[in-house]
Design a protein around this ligand. Structure first.
Ligand code: UDP
Ligand code: MG
Length: 314
């Protein structure tokens, strides 16, 4: 039987990019040896994205739409796309054509060779700007030091998995604070990488603000490493040693000069100690927040309606 590729595309306010994305991607998909489905997950867009998607779905049965009840984020959209997919291989792509559809034949070739995880590695990403590129590199370096899981630097949300790998991701990695890219690195199986040059966004603006990226990075590090929790032990030890040194110095200066060491030192020490203390409390707080989200077990996403699925799940 002919194999099928599921292409999962998350869209948030992408009305300017969707038609071009559909046109270019469908053209490549039609030329492949595999059958395909193009699953668009509308992540609560406030613009005209959903109207465009419905129109595309009405004119092409290969286009399937999962419409979220509100914005749940890119991570939730990707897992939803996987949940709704029925292909023998699944590719996640962005809707802005930064992930070139020309890579799809190469991905199919690797899936045919029996690979389960295909990491698409960016060789160039000029459009992101120097700050995002630098911050990205720093993030990967840090997480690789802190975590046991080895992250592929320059990995993106462009990757492909076999049905087998997707099943593991769908069933065993339903964490509330999510980082799909990390799980993809985590699951093992037969893996390979393909390099690609990220294109510029065709239209619209990046949906990831610096603030979103910082929160996301912090949560991800905490989801993949417990080391920050142990920071208190080291900081406490360091502050203790510093305290002993200061005590010796105070006794010495009292014996030598006759006046105990001054006010300035006290202020410096108090500020320093509180800084460490608050940092640690903050870190623990964030772990508790992640734990709390897990405990509440709220849905990762809520679907309003779907289009072109055989048993229209509502
Ligand atoms: N996206 C989404 N939900 C969000 C934010 C983004 O589904 O809350 C989608 C967006 O439509 C795009 C992909 O995730 O298809 C990547 O977002 P973007 O291109 O804005 O990020 P960048 O490439 O700048 O990192
Ligand atoms: Mg983009």
């Amino acid at each position: 039987m002919e194999k099928k590729l599921s292409v999962v595309v998350s869209c948030y306010n992408e009305e300017l990019a969707l038609r071009q994305f559909y046109a270019e991607t469908s053209k490549v998909l039609k030329s492949l040896s595999w059958d395909y489905e193009l699953i668009f997950v509308n992540d609560g867009s406030q613009d005209g994205s959903i109207e465009i998607l419905k129109e595309l779905a009405a004119g092409d049965e290969k286009v399937k739409v999962v419409d979220f009840s509100r914005n749940f984020g890119h991570e939730a959209a990707m897992i939803a796309g996987m949940d709704y997919s029925s292909g023998d291989g699944i590719v996640c792509m962005d809707a802005d054509l930064q992930h070139p559809p020309e890579c799809l034949p190469g991905i199919i070739a690797k899936l045919d060779e029996g690979y389960d995880v295909i990491n698409m590695v960016r060789t160039k990403n000029e459009s992101a700007g120097w700050f995002k590129n630098f911050a990205g590199a720093a993030f990967y370096r840090l997480i690789n030091i802190l975590s046991d899981v080895k992250f592929e630097p320059n990995a993106s949300d462009f990757f492909a998995v076999s049905k087998k790998a997707a099943k593991v991701l769908k069933t065993n990695y339903r964490e509330k604070v999510r980082f799909l890219r990390g799980y993809v690195q985590n699951i093992g199986f037969r893996r390979t990488t393909i390099e690609y040059e990220a294109r510029n966004r065709v239209a619209g603006e990046s949906k990831y603000s610096i603030k979103k990226l910082i929160t996301f990075s912090m949560n991800t590090i905490m989801c993949f490493s417990n080391l920050p929790l142990k920071l208190g032990i080291y900081a406490g030890g360091f502050a203790g040693v510093l305290g002993i040194i200061m005590m010796i110095y105070t006794i010495w200066s009292w014996a030598e000069v006759g006046t105990p060491s001054g006010y300035a030192t006290t202020i410096v020490l108090i500020c320093f100690m509180f800084a460490i203390l608050f940092l640690i409390v903050g870190i623990i707080g964030n772990y508790i927040a992640i734990l709390f989200a897990e405990l509440k077990d709220r849905p990762i996403y809520i679907v309003g309606e779907t289009k072109n699925f055989p048993d229209e799940k509502e």
